[in-house]
Design a protein around this ligand. Structure first.
Ligand code: ZN
Length: 310
């Protein structure tokens, strides 16, 4: 079994408009944009990162905004909901705030004994805020979101699968433990994680497959401390029969990717070196940062990419 994984690192989704996306995460949810770069594999598209002050692994929501992209159709074989942790008693604030910003899909409920407020992102993205007993992760504050209400980081990600079996086995191999079930949902949690410790799997045997587009989660990444741990995880996954990519340098972390049995794309990302490697902490996310291999494209990209106003 693998014991190097420490919870979620980031969640990456797709959007149809960079400005709307940036406004939603910073002005509505009060998170910090910690990096403005491009999709390294398609540099004419932004890659935007939001999180806490420094983009601590476990707090980082990232987006590829493809201008005008059509919406995805939810279904099985994908992550349907990304869930953020807030303090106990913070949900009434959020209910009122999200409604005042015109956020759609607001729905209060309870899941595994925790109060939850579901809502939709600008492209119909599935989100929820959940109240947790204690969360020592320091939240980013601003835009009239105070320390009591602010988002601490991820609580969980939930997947919808036709058959949870093989993916559940994989999570257990990755160090997760099945801790509870509620209706069609099985909850997995990791001990000694970074706070973003939970994965839920909902089994829907006869639901249609998801058709990915704007508002869909592209992949979820799990955190490992460093490159040595990542290589150990890579070897262990390959020994188990998974096809895993070579290690890819993403400038702010190193990444490996593999497709899970249920169809969801998983990544393992390192906590090192972090988002402050090429910008002062005070100015994270302000300038357009390009990886070395695309720096020669800067003049074209600065003309092509619509500026994001803060
Ligand atoms: Zn990623």
């Amino acid at each position: 079994m693998i014991d190097q994984i420490k919870g979620l690192h980031h969640v990456t989704s797709m959007a149809s408009d960079a400005q709307t996306n940036s406004d939603f995460f910073t002005k509505t949810l009060g998170m910090r944009r910690v990096k403005k770069t491009v999709n390294y594999d398609a540099p004419d598209v932004y890659h935007l990162y939001y999180g806490d002050e420094v983009g601590t692994p476990g707090s980082v929501m990232t987006y590829f905004p493809f201008p005008g992209m059509r919406r995805g159709r939810p279904g099985v074989g994908e992550v349907d909901q990304t869930v953020f942790a807030v303090s106990k008693g913070a949900l009434p604030f959020w209910k009122e705030r999200l409604a005042s910003f015109g956020v759609k899909g607001l729905k209060e409920g309870e899941s595994f004994g925790q109060k939850r407020l579901q809502f939709a992102g600008p492209d119909g993205d599935g989100f929820a805020l959940v109240e947790v007993d204690s969360d020592s992760r320091a939240p980013w504050t601003g835009n009239n979101v105070g320390a009591f209400e602010a988002i601490h980081g991820f609580h969980s990600a939930s997947m919808r699968l036709r058959d949870a079996g093989a993916t559940g086995d994989l999570l257990e191999y990755m160090g997760y433990e099945k801790v509870a079930t509620q209706g069609t949902v099985a909850r997995y949690a990791i001990k000694g994680g970074n706070g973003a410790d939970v994965i839920d799997i909902e089994t829907l045997p006869s639901a249609p497959r998801a058709d990915q587009g704007a508002g869909s989660v592209h992949h979820i990444a799990f955190a490992v401390e460093n490159r040595a741990a990542q290589l150990e995880v890579r070897r262990a996954l390959m020994d188990t029969g998974y096809q895993v990519t070579p290690v890819i340098d993403r400038d702010y972390f190193w990444a490996i990717y593999f497709r899970t049995p249920g169809g969801v794309l998983f990544e393992i990302a390192t906590n090192e070196p972090g988002f402050d490697r090429d910008e002062d902490t005070a100015h994270l996310g302000e300038a357009l940062k390009l990886p070395t291999q695309h720096e020669r494209l800067r003049p074209q990209l600065e003309k092509h990419l619509a500026p994001i106003l803060d």
